[in-house]
Ligand binder design. Structure first.
Ligand code: H79
Length: 423
């Protein structure tokens, strides 16, 4: 028997790749008012069930989405096998509330097969919350949480039975689809809110679930949202501003972000991040040692909204020329970037991502004498290093020379036509 893999071994590909796609797809797409619609609008089960009846992923083309991710430079894709609504996107024996029952499709199988065909890593999202299950006790995040008779409703609910149900679902996902690279569990929140409890690791038997994950998929990485430390933490719609620590120790992290603030399809919401902003978030993430998981929410029929596909393709045009500053790159711990510049490092190469293109000169403090050559990454042309930059002299022509040790680069006046130019 070989030793179990260490977290460092399991996460090696993830640390290298840095950029993934998240897909939020479920019957909430039929409402078109994002994935928490059942909670926000306090929709009862019978009314909500109509979304499953009308859910037909006729345009869901896993291969096309995998190709789009690849074109954007994303190296892994995480699909919501089940979100909080409880509707299953795979062929499960545990419930009829699935796309296999309603439409005879297994979208998880289509997803994993498409990703493998495109050479991408396979991720699944699995919600711990389940608003469809009759044994799931009503807590603050449950759509029935505002009912005056919550205690009565909960009297017949049995989390023991629910635990068995979710364990079996997870077992199906981890045994029926070959190798799964990444499991994103969502979420544990024990705090009380609106006078109701949340749920903690014990409510899911998180230790038991995590042990099952390790046994069935020893190479799979798992986030910490079971409520237990695992391979990585997943800050949500928040960009860390320094390397992430838990209890004083640096941990692997992945920022999950949306294009427009919504995870599930949100038809009227056009508050899109620009491709440039997304690239900047990716670069900032890599410079702090993290990953970026960028979400798309397919329409009710299963297509990535055209606007968002266009944004991804634009990001992909940047990635095609600048991927060396992302894949296999990480923080440049030994150099402090001036404002308006973000550094990433890969081996001996330092990449300066220039957010605001300055006039004629770029000053990089502390780097004098440390660069043998400088070039623009997108077209490979030389950027001239000022030979005098090790000891700049003040003169009437240059009355405020940068401090000693500053590397001075002479830039072309015209800003390169890249979302973010990289030197
Ligand atoms: O799947 C996506 C989200 O649906 C899910 N996690 C990502 C990956 C998620 N969204 N929010 N949460 C998990 C945590 C709870 C958020 C809350 Fe609220 C904010 C609860 C109360 C305030 C949103 C607003 C939900 C209820 C009110």
């Amino acid at each position: 028997m070989t030793d179990p893999l260490t977290s460092a071994e399991r996460t090696a590909w993830f640390r290298h790749d840095h950029f993934g796609m998240f897909i939020h797809y479920g019957t909430y797409a039929v409402a078109g008012r994002q994935e928490w619609v059942k909670y926000f609008e306090r929709i009862d089960d019978d009314t909500y069930r109509r979304y499953a009846d009308h859910f037909d992923p006729d345009l869901y083309d896993a291969r096309a989405i995998a190709r789009l991710a690849k074109e954007a430079g994303q190296r892994y894709v995480v699909l919501t096998a089940k979100h909080h609504e409880g509707f299953c996107l795979w062929d499960t024996a545990t419930t009829d509330y699935s796309v296999a029952s309603t439409r005879g499709r297994d979208l998880v199988r289509e997803h994993v097969e498409a990703l493998r065909a495109e050479g991408l890593r396979v991720g699944l999202y699995f919600s711990l919350l389940d608003w469809s299950h009759p044994d799931y006790t009503i807590d603050w995040s449950h759509p029935l949480g505002n009912r005056p008779d919550v205690d009565e409703l909960n009297a017949t609910r049995d989390m023991g039975r629910f635990r068995a149900y979710m364990r079996e679902q997870l077992r199906e996902l981890l045994t029926g689809y070959g190798r799964i690279d990444y499991l994103f569990a969502d979420f544990t929140q024990p705090a009380v809110r609106d006078g109701l409890p949340g749920k903690s690791a014990e409510d899911w038997d998180a230790a038991g679930l995590l042990a099952m994950c390790r046994e069935l998929q020893p190479a799979m990485i798992v986030n910490d949202r079971f409520g237990l430390p695992a391979d990585l933490v997943t800050p949500e719609q928040y960009q860390p501003v320094r390397p992430v620590e838990v209890d004083g120790e640096r941990v692997l992290w992945e920022a999950c972000q949306t294009v427009n603030g919504a995870w599930g399809y949100d038809r009227g919401n056009v508050d899109d991040k620009s491709p440039e902003l997304i690239v900047r978030m990716l670069v900032e993430t890599v410079s702090l040692g993290g990953n970026l998981l960028l979400n798309v929410g397919p329409t009710a029929r299963g297509e990535v909204p055209e606007r968002h596909a266009d944004i991804l393709r634009e990001v992909g045009r940047w990635m095609r020329r600048h991927q060396d500053a992302v894949y296999g790159a990480g923080p440049a711990e030994d150099a402090e970037a001036p404002s308006g510049v973000i550094y990433t490092r890969r081996g001996d190469t330092l990449y300066a991502h220039v957010l605001a293109w300055p006039f004629k000169t770029l000053y990089l403090p502390g780097l004098a004498g440390r660069a043998a050559f400088a070039r623009l990454l997108s077209d490979g042309t030389e950027i001239v290093i000022d030979a005098g930059s090790e000891e700049p002299e003040e003169s009437h022509l240059n009355p405020s020379a940068p401090p000693p040790g500053t590397l001075t680069l002479t830039l072309p006046t015209c800003r390169p036509d890249d979302l973010i130019p990289v030197i």
